[in-house]
Design a protein around this ligand. Structure first.
Ligand code: G1P
Length: 292
């Protein structure tokens, strides 16, 4: 068995410009899908995979994330006095074990690779996961859990992939696939945001990664790539051939909540899965002339 994955990095320094003015003071990761902030979905997904040490790479104006994962004494006391035990239990679940959560800052927006590099001293010499909370993955077992199962077999590096429309490869990191074994594919190449005419496939990197700490050796000296940013994809590409590198065509559904329509779709889809809401949501959709 390879070393267990215990740590996860959440890069959450982004400005969330696509959601302004909503994100002027509220971090985009705190936007709710139904009634839970995006970041909490990502944390719960990690916990399901047995990963319980969280490193947030934040930026200015992201305090709400720190507060969300801490006790809220006044609120807890008020809920207790009002005998609202369900809510009390619900918000209690958001508080990780003391010492299992750390925050560092990406002081300049130099790209995803740079954000991950900012977490290097918290990771040390261990394999670790990365999750981009904008991408909400509805899967059972969770996407990261499916990936940990593959990692336990293959060791090395494992990323989740999904197919995109061929014309959309320039929005994502894209893999060149090698040998296929069920849902697991060997990764023989990785390119960030390739033009559709040059993309090695339409399998895109979804925003869930399990990587070895060796990636930091490349991030240390990584030059800016696509969009003038320090790209994680470029440093991961350097690991190919040196260490096992696999992609998992995970089972589940993803919602790109960094996009307004994707965000609305996630809200509708997940509310339709909620027993306490589905009926009324269906009625509301019917009133709008929509089928569900
Ligand atoms: C980032 C990664 C890209 C990945 C994408 C998933 O891009 O660089 O490889 O496919 O997330 O959402 P960004 O969305 O930050 O441009």
């Amino acid at each position: 068995m390879p070393k267990p994955v215990r740590k996860i990095v959440f890069p959450v320094a982004g400005l969330g410009t696509r959601f302004l003015p909503a994100t002027k003071v509220v971090p985009k990761e705190m936007l709710p899908v139904v009634d839970k902030p995006l970041i909490q979905y990502a944390v719960e997904e990690a916990l399901e995979a047995g990963i319980d040490q969280f490193i947030f790479v934040t930026g200015r104006g992201k305090h709400a994330i720190e507060d969300h994962f801490d006790h809220a004494y006044e609120l807890e006391q008020t809920l207790a006095e009002k005998n609202k035990h369900d809510f009390l239990e619900e918000i209690g679940r958001t508080v990780p074990k003391a010492g299992n959560i750390a925050f560092t800052r990406q002081q300049k927006p130099k790209g995803l690779g740079h954000a991950i590099w900012c977490a290097r001293n918290f990771i040390g010499d261990e394999p670790f996961a990365i999750s981009l909370p904008d991408m909400l993955v509805d899967a059972n077992p969770s996407c990261l859990k499916q990936m940990v199962e593959v990692y336990n077999e293959t060791g090395g590096n494992v990323i989740a992939v999904e197919q995109c429309a061929p014309e959309d490869t320039n929005k994502y990191g894209v893999i060149a696939p090698g040998a296929v074994d069920g849902r697991t594919l060997e990764v023989t190449g990785l390119v960030e945001k390739p033009d559709p005419s040059e993309a090695p496939s339409n399998l895109f990197v979804l925003g869930r990664y399990i990587l070895t700490p060796k990636v930091f050796e490349y991030l240390d000296k990584q030059k800016p790539g696509a969009g003038g940013e320090i790209q994680l994809t470029d440093s991961m590409a350097s690991l190919i051939g040196e260490q096992p590198f696999h992609a998992l065509a995970y089972e589940g559904v993803s919602y790109d909540c960094g996009d307004k329509v994707g965000f609305l779709k996630a809200n509708v889809a997940l509310s339709l899965k909620r027993e306490d809401m589905a009926g009324r949501v269906r009625e509301a959709l019917a009133e709008l002339g929509l089928k569900s």
